[in-house]
Design a binder for this molecule. Structure first.
Ligand SMILES: Cc1ncc(COP(=O)(O)O)c(C=O)c1O
Length: 406
């Protein structure tokens, strides 16, 4: 169970059934949380927000005073930052960047590029000549460094992410960026987003290993590497929302790390752990079905909007807002067992929002509100990353009238 703030609760109860499901964002809560994260971090650690977690302009603007920049992964996200009108540096990362996206990002004055493949390096160098001829473009190659053994297995949370350049090619990449091959690119440092769902202690250990690896790379090649971006992936615990990432301990650990490496600027780019807590997904119970072994409460919407449970991160924390009276003449369906499964409307076992929810007495027409819904959710299916263009529809043969988008 998770209790929404009063303003969120009141807004949800004020909506008519036809206005559900809805996302309700607590911008005041977002600001308080972001301020506490910023306050926990030492000055020499830059906080970038990973826009892919939630690119709504109001969210981006709300975070504005507390972040040093935005990390974007597509032209769509760049446009979202522009719409939010927050003058902050932007770093462009993300796998499979297209030439058009890179050209657009160069023209929009993006300050840093996280390069994820050698092809991308060549492409960026070529495009920079044309689209940013008057400046040197700052580059941080992203390396897929191995996560130190045993680190993530320790308490069963977190998993490694594989993307990035082969670390075995690191000397070659450094050579290409420093031997004059690409005079319009400037090697600034290293980027490494190594894992997801990581607690503070483990994230610090990751940071330490990336910094040590970068320092060796710099020493071996006789170059200055002044920036290390250790990515995001700070844990959000959906099963225990009260157990938040320990930003204070993390900040203290990063302060020790930066003190030991005065030449370095450290950067982090969390998404989920910044915005998850401020978002609430509100819906209503449509029906309660009494199966042989369980009661199932079906809510309007579901995994089409809230993909976290289907993605295997645990159940979505929730609570009930009871609605009276029941306006119909027929009986009101109600959960009779102690526990029920809360599902969405898709007829697929993937559309489970909460298993074994303590739900005795939950009735059709009651409102349900799901917390931790501020990151990687979306008003449209599978668009959480907001980086894929919408497919157009082409009709061939009789009745065709050209192509159109929805
Ligand atoms: C390179 C990079 N940085 C930052 C993030 C943000 O991660 P999170 O939202 O888990 O903090 C991601 C997420 O996939 C990522 O790939």
């Amino acid at each position: 169970m998770i209790t929404p703030p009063r303003a969120v609760r009141d807004r949800i109860l004020s909506l008519s059934p036809t206005e559900l499901p809805a996302f309700v964002y607590d911008l005041a809560g977002l600001r308080v949380h972001a301020a506490s994260v910023r306050a926990a971090l030492p000055d020499r650690v830059e906080l970038y927000y990973a826009v892919q977690a939630n690119g709504e302009p109001e969210i981006l603007a709300g975070l504005g005073p507390f972040v040093d920049g935005y990390k974007v992964s597509s032209d769509v996200e760049l446009a979202q930052v522009a719409e939010a009108s927050v003058a902050r540096p932007r770093a462009f990362g993300g796998t499979e960047k297209s030439p058009t996206e890179l050209a657009d990002a160069l023209e929009r004055g993006v300050t840093r590029f996280q390069v994820e493949s050698e092809y991308e390096l060549y492409m960026l160098a070529g495009l920079a000549q044309r689209h940013a001829p008057d400046r040197r473009v700052a580059v941080l190659p992203r390396f897929g460094l191995p996560v130190p053994r045993g680190l993530l297995a320790a308490d069963g949370t977190g998993y490694a992410t594989a993307a990035g350049l082969d670390p075995a090619r690191a000397d070659t990449i450094v050579g290409l960026l420093t031997d004059g091959s690409y005079p319009n690119l400037e090697l600034r440092g290293v980027h490494a987003h190594l894992a997801d769902g990581v607690r503070a202690g483990e994230h610090l250990a990751l940071a330490g290993s990336v910094v040590a690896w970068t320092a060796e790379l710099a020493a071996r090649n006789g170059v200055r590497l002044t920036e290390v971006d250790i990515g995001g992936g700070m844990a959000v615990d959906y099963d225990h929302p009260e157990r938040r990432f320990d930003w204070r301990a993390y900040g203290e650990g990063l302060a020790r790390l930066t003190a030991a490496h005065p030449e370095l600027t450290l950067r982090i780019e969390p998404g989920r752990a910044l915005t998850a807590y401020c978002g609430w997904y509100a819906s209503e119970v449509l029906d309660v079905e009494h199966g042989a072994g369980e009661d199932v409460a079906v809510v309007r919407g579901g995994a089409v909007h809230l993909r976290t449970p289907a993605a295997g991160r645990g159940d979505q924390p929730w609570s009930v807002l009871e609605v009276e009276p029941w306006p119909y003449s027929w009986p009101r369906p109600e959960v009779r067992r102690e526990h029920a499964t809360l599902t969405g409307q898709l007829s697929t076992p993937k559309d489970i929002l909460v298993r074994a929810a303590r739900a005795r007495g939950l009735r059709a027409g009651d409102r349900v509100v799901f917390g931790l819904a501020g990151a990687y959710t979306s008003s449209a299916p599978h668009r959480a990353h907001a980086r894929y263009p919408e497919p157009r529809f082409h009709f061939l043969g009789d009745g065709a009238q050209g192509d159109r988008s929805r």
